[in-house]
Design a protein around this ligand. Structure first.
Ligand SMILES: Nc1ncnc2c1ncn2[C@@H]1O[C@H](COP(=O)(O)OP(=O)(O)OP(=O)(O)O)[C@@H](O)[C@H]1O
Ligand SMILES: Nc1ncnc2c1ncn2[C@@H]1O[C@H](COP(=O)(O)OP(=O)(O)OP(=O)(O)O)[C@@H](O)[C@H]1O
Ligand SMILES: [Mg+2]
Ligand SMILES: [Mg+2]
Lengths: 462, 462
């Protein structure tokens, strides 16, 4: 007969680590750098700390590398360190606000990979700026998905240092991963002109991206779920943990931007008694309530306070620093939503300067999701689909013969990644629509510039 | 400060269900059919039962569908039914043998999706052919990842029926999913000429694929891990659960095809004492042992008994039934391995008959992994990469102007899927190599046929 058993989620991701971006030592090297740097940047930006992130990758021989990532972020509280780094599906980003992290497993996958390929423990030093700083050496008990504390120390912190240092040893391949890693830092610096990023690679080469501004986007604020994002599971959980004795209070207390007037008019339109106790709702009433909420069109749209875009000024500054283009146009769309999740698309097109002319199948497209550069699977991604769809000739833009670079940034409380490795974004009609109009707006601005330039050239030639 | 919490793996896949193939109602409809049919086929083939699988999809209105899948497989034991269908990361396929299932979550994702979109419980009726059959109605406690038994019954089973019936209601979109669903059944029948598959769709249309043979491939046998597939975590678990008092016994008892002579010669070559107790190995010894095992080239290659290919006869029969080609060549490569995982590539090229001539970017490629048809992400898949690489002109094969269909089937104890939705296969050089040589062998056979045909035509024209 069949042998049945359960496995832990750590065991699942250990057996199937290619699903998380750990296919082989080359891809693993890239993914580990990415995951740790993204944790560092989230820890800074969420608290309006101008990021200082230092990354050092050392070749220890025999394909073993040691990666050290240091940040000046908010730090991790003492009791949370073992779980934050040693328990898969644990973290602080399960909230409805924009952040790079969403799954609660990126950092742990790096730890796990280091553990199974180099038998090494992760070292974490962190402080939240208090009198003490904490040092842990951890590994993961994979079969039970819990941390194993190999060593822990509390040390004095006289300088009130605040931040986190994470050090992992693992089997990697820097030679093959290098182009992607350098490109990742470069693309990160384009979108983060206010961050100091330093990378010292195994060859001792220093890559420095210094900040050119101290202006930062406002950090995102957590919001309650929007009624359009509701499903049966969510509403059951809300009902079970709610103290509201009426459906009216329940809606007002649990949903984003739903006030008494909106709640009353919604309940009236679906003929449900505002005074009834939510716990008295029968299963079929819940289904009806959920279906009605999803299609009721008089709810206020989501508030973009839960998002934190780059903004046209900073985006432009980053692009100018990197490419020194002859012309750049940046646009930010109004907030939109898909399935109740607010999102904003920012796009840019840059022309000339250090941008080369490239063959059409090597078109320069820079994609970002919640400020994370996406470097893989371009042709699967929704942005490429849109670029292929637009009739660039209408804007007198010749993709094959003009020095062009395209930039698309999507911010959302939930980026619809198709993979745990955050490689590309699933198709969503609302997102596709916003990307299309953002790029067309930029295309129109470029056309205006090019035709002005053309007139000036014609005038000069006379 | 940050709010830290842990979530269950069910909660993770609920929040991120697009990662498992549940992006939207269209894709969900396809994925649910796929997951349940694959469970049914595994339950038959593992026990040499000629599969009879009946699938009925009913449109209940309001985008709600009811799917019922019935099989004559081995059935599920009474105590396991709640966990098999109600606990994520639970199953009987965590063993080293070929099967369609590997993750322990496909069926549960279908249950979960039905639960959150249609507030419905899964119904399971099963029997292993004994005096009783069991009926359960279940849902999943998502936050705790455990089953909620809504109803259970033991009924008499006078006819000694053996099999499983699974019924799920969910929000779907058959109209848009239909082409992929029909194609899935069609491609399944090509590779399974010994299976009876019946699909009744919401429009009442019957799609019947009747068996044309009662010959079945031998089911796969479970094997121990191969030394080349070892890593530090694995060997630590083996040591902890081993009763062997010597390293020699430990190797012989825990690894695939490692006999006393092989174990001794390996240990001698790495200067480790065969008599030492495995529990006395220090961490650095374990690292050394693992690294040496991975590169020692005198271990016997994996035994293909853990695999269960179609075989050239059956593959040909399935292709002939579907396409009635003028010519078909099928080849099966010798067993190979990647990272200690045995695999076999089978390939075929069919020419003429009902096969149409298609434009080059619509090339007819049928991909299978452990007998699962892969219908998405063709251009990301390793098979397409190989097809683009081969110089078909050398074989006088004109992709643009000949009626051709290409078939590639990979069998392995571990298919390196890039996604939880089993959409496409990651690149592995060993696998790429085998696919390339399988297709080239077929190409050569086709060329021989075409040049014979050419000679006959020339002879006739005289
Ligand atoms: N450098 C850091 N500074 C502060 N907190 C950190 C740092 N690195 C990790 N953490 C904390 O540890 C948690 C877990 O990190 P991990 O990368 O595993 O998951 P995540 O970032 O929440 O989600 P994702 O899997 O998408 O990356 C984070 O949510 C954060 O609270
Ligand atoms: N029709 C069936 N007949 C017999 N056993 C079944 C059937 N459907 C499910 N099972 C049992 O339930 C277990 C869980 O199924 P599930 O689809 O969730 O995971 P899996 O098939 O093991 O892996 P995967 O996630 O890759 O599909 C299976 O391993 C199998 O033991
Ligand atoms: Mg993270
Ligand atoms: Mg399954």
């Amino acid at each position: 007969g069949e042998k049945f058993k359960a496995i832990s989620v750590a065991d699942f991701f250990y057996k199937n680590r290619e699903i998380a971006g750990f296919d082989n030592p080359v891809r693993a090297t890239y993914t580990i750098v990415r995951e740790l740097v993204e944790n560092a940047l989230d820890a800074c930006e969420q608290y309006s700390i101008l990021p200082d992130v230092r990354v050092k990758l050392i070749d220890e021989g025999n394909s073993i590398y040691r990666l050290k990532v240091e940040d000046n972020g908010i730090g991790v509280p003492y009791e949370q360190i073992p779980y934050a780094f040693g328990q898969i599906l644990f973290g602080s980003k399960y909230t409805l606000r924009q952040s790079r992290g969403i799954f609660g497993l990126g950092g742990k996958m790096a730890v796990l990979y280091g553990q199974i390929t180099a038998h090494s423990n992760v070292k974490v030093i962190s402080s939240q700026g208090g009198y003490e700083k904490y040092m842990f050496e951890l590994s993961i008990n994979i079969q039970e998905n819990k941390p194993i504390i190999k060593k822990k120390e509390v040390r004095p912190n006289p300088g009130r240092w605040r931040g986190t240092i994470v050090e992992i040893k693992f089997e990697g391949d820097y030679i093959r991963a290098k182009p992607k890693i350098i490109e990742y830092f470069r693309q990160t610096s384009i979108i983060l002109p206010y961050a100091n990023i330093l990378f010292i690679d195994p060859d001792g080469v220093l890559y420095r991206f210094d900040r050119i501004t101290t202006v930062m986007p406002k950090p995102p604020q957590e919001i309650k779920p929007h009624p359009h994002g509701i499903d049966i599971e969510m509403i059951n959980r809300m009902i079970n943990s709610s103290r509201s004795s009426t459906l009216l209070d329940f809606l007002v207390n649990n949903f984003h931007r739903v006030g008494v007037a909106t709640a009353l008019s919604f309940l009236k339109s679906v003929k449900i008694d505002p005074e009834m106790n939510p716990r008295d709702l029968k299963p079929e009433d819940i289904v009806k309530l959920v279906n009605k909420m999803k299609v009721y069109d008089k709810f206020r749209p989501p508030d973009p306070d839960c998002l934190s875009c780059i903004g046209p000024e900073l985006f432009k500054a980053g692009i100018i620093r990197e490419f020194n283009p002859e012309f750049v146009t940046v646009t930010q769309r109004k907030p939109s939503a898909y399935s109740g999740h607010p999102f904003i698309v920012e796009a840019a097109i840059a022309y000339g300067g250090r941008i080369p002319i490239v063959p059409p199948d090597e078109i320069l497209v820079y994609r970002y999701a919640n400020k994370i550069p996406l470097l893989y699977d371009l042709h699967n991604d929704v942005t490429m689909k849109v670029i292929k769809k637009i009739n660039w000739k209408r804007y007198k833009i010749d993709l094959a013969n003009m020095p062009l670079a395209f930039f698309v940034h999507i911010c959302s409380t939930k980026i619809p990644y198709k993979t745990v490795g955050k490689e590309y974004i699933a198709d969503r009609p609302e997102v596709e629509y916003e990307i299309e109009w953002a790029l067309k707006t930029c295309a129109r601005n470029l056309r205006i510039y090019l035709s002005k330039k053309e007139k000036i050239n014609i005038a000069h030639r006379r």
